[in-house]
Design a protein around this ligand. Structure first.
Ligand code: GDP
Length: 532
């Protein structure tokens, strides 16, 4: 096997799963790992999650509310390809985190509950994928339950997402009458056996739809219905076109039951065959725009997530670095573009499904975890020369602002450090008003405050109170320095600084911001901020 950076990158498939809570993302993740040979029995992902959860108190929220707050990555080698599955948090309050994770994915699998079709969160996440030109593979899950008419589901994909659905399979029935599915290209029928995924025998082997063996699985009515439907969908729909998929106009559609491990092997094969390998990434170098190709010699990447206390025995943070080029080897020195600081990456972590291991080498598309003491931040670009900067990891204007106080006033200094730590991780945003000694924290969703309070209490032994804040909206100020300073001086009571010391206008309402912005046309009031 060739190991040039270009050849290694070409066999990477880095993807995320997007779905509405309960559609089956966790179950599918687990079954993809099973299909990829990364784990031996279903239940391992959850079990692993459980041990982690019992070790880590702040994750109580996850357990109590049944949601997954933390994102991680799982790597597995299968069929000559290296799959990197990025896990995205499912709850809508964490859409910001999810957004950042999607910046590190080259493709997404959209899981739909066959009974529910496209749900609000699916739509939101889809829009993020579209914004980033991430091609989407559709998996219609829970076919073992009573499902909507598959034609209606496809109509929904096409009308709500403006995406051409191209089914590669067609189901025979659903729920109690679910019999399997036809591979529309090979005309093979894949029978479904109502067994659990832990059953050694699995599902029966495919048979030719037009052969004699089909009678074991479908009665004459079922058979002619499937034949009619398959004909209809083949004639009425557009055939699958990889180019159109890669450009974001078309989505290949798979059917199955993640829980029963049905259709998952086909999905994994589809990801391998169609999901793109890492592409050249846009970057800037010494102020000029450039493209970094996966096969370039210089090692580079960007941090899309920082997570603290993954291992309660170590207080370190892990920065997740998505590699964009080169051959990374352990012990290598990488420089951060914004600070120019070099760091030796001696203990990079690869997140294999079964365990965490030290990464000896890694290539474009891979994600490595770099333990550090808060030096690395979300959005940082790392490379050997330190001259590359990757764009596009925004912070979003928070939708909720709260004043935070610590019950024990002697701990105020401690609070500052803790809040800064959490802000650096991207858990919540932190603003220091120019006047007064308050800390204002901002979040996109209410749940972020709960996570924050829990972590402040467990990791920093700080009991905090969140109070109503006089501010409702935050906007980053952008413009000529003199104009921004002039504005700041005239609005001191409504000005603050964020964690990077950037000026932020703290408004009482969106209306006020509009009003003020109109009077200061030279200053822009931005809803997002790109770090760098
Ligand atoms: P997530 O919130 O998207 O991660 O969803 P989960 O994977 O936790 O699944 C939510 C619920 O749906 C769980 O009770 C699963 O057992 C169930 N589930 C997931 N996939 C299937 C499926 O294919 N068929 C059936 N019947 N249930 C499923």
């Amino acid at each position: 096997m060739s190991t040039s950076p270009a050849a290694e990158a070409a066999r990477r498939r880095t993807f995320a799963i997007i779905s509405h809570p309960d559609a089956g993302k966790t179950t599918l993740t687990e079954n993809l790992l099973l299909a990829g040979g990364a784990i031996r029995a279903a239940g391992a992902v959850r079990a692993r999650g459980q041990t982690r959860r019992t070790q880590s108190d702040w994750m109580k929220i996850e357990r109590e509310r049944g949601i997954s707050v933390s994102a991680s990555v799982m790597t597995f080698d299968h069929d000559g390809l290296m799959f990197n599955l990025l896990d995205t948090p499912g709850h809508e309050d964490f859409s910001e985190d999810t957004y950042r994770t999607l910046t590190a994915a080259d493709a997404a699998v959209m899981v739909l509950d066959a009974a529910k079709g496209i749900e609000p969160q699916t739509l939101k996440l889809f829009e993020v994928c579209r914004l980033r030109d991430i091609p989407i593979i559709t998996f219609i899950n829970k076919m073992d339950r009573e499902a909507q008419d598959p034609f209606e589901l496809l109509d929904e994909v096409s009308s709500k997402l403006a995406l051409d659905p191209a089914p590669l399979f067609w189901p025979a029935g659903s729920g109690g009458r679910f019999k399997g599915m036809m591979d529309l290209r090979s005309q093979q029928f894949i029978p479904y056996a109502k067994k659990s995924s832990t059953d050694e025998e699995g599902h029966p082997d495919p048979v030719a739809f037009n052969g004699n063996a089909i009678v074991q699985y479908l009665d004459p009515d079922e058979r002619s219905e499937l034949e009619d439907n398959a004909m209809l969908v083949t004639e009425a729909g557009k055939p699958f076109d990889v180019q159109s998929f890669l450009e974001g106009h078309m989505t290949p559609v798979f059917f199955g039951s993640a829980l029963r491990h049905f259709g998952v092997d086909q999905l994994l094969a589809g990801i391998g065959a169609y999901a793109p390998a890492p592409k050249p990434a846009k970057a800037s170098k010494a102020g000029a725009e450039t493209h970094v190709a996966p096969g370039d010699n210089e090692v580079s990447g960007f941090v899309f997530k920082v997570q603290a206390n993954m291992d309660p025995n170590h207080r370190d943070r892990i920065a997740f670095l998505r590699l964009t080029s080169g051959r990374f080897t352990r012990g290598m020195k990488l420089k951060a573009q914004n600070t120019g600081k070099a760091m030796s990456v001696n203990a990079p972590i690869m997140f294999f499904a079964s365990d965490r291991e030290l990464a000896e080498d890694a290539f474009a598309g891979d994600v490595i975890g770099i333990p550090n003491h808060g030096v690395l931040r979300v959005g940082d670009s790392l490379s050997e020369t330190g001259s590359l900067r990757f764009a596009g990891l925004p912070n979003f204007a928070p939708e909720i602002l709260r004043r935070v106080r610590v019950k024990d006033p002697l701990k105020a200094k401690h609070l500052k450090k803790a809040l800064e730590g959490l802000a650096e991780e991207g858990v919540t945003q932190l603003f220091r008003p120019m006047i007064g000694s308050d800390f204002i924290v901002g979040a996109v969703g209410q749940l972020q405050f709960e996570v924050m309070a829990d972590r402040l209490s467990n990791e920093y032994q700080l009991d905090v109170i969140f109070e109503a804040s006089p501010y409702a909206e935050a906007r980053w100020l952008v413009g000529e320095r003199a104009d921004v300073e002039d504005f700041e001086n005239k609005h001191k009571s409504a000005m603050g600084r964020d964690i990077d010391d950037q000026p932020v206008f703290l408004g009482k309402s969106a209306w006020e911001i509009g009003y003020v912005a109109e009077r200061y046309p030279k200053v822009r009031f931005e809803r997002t901020k790109e770090r760098g």
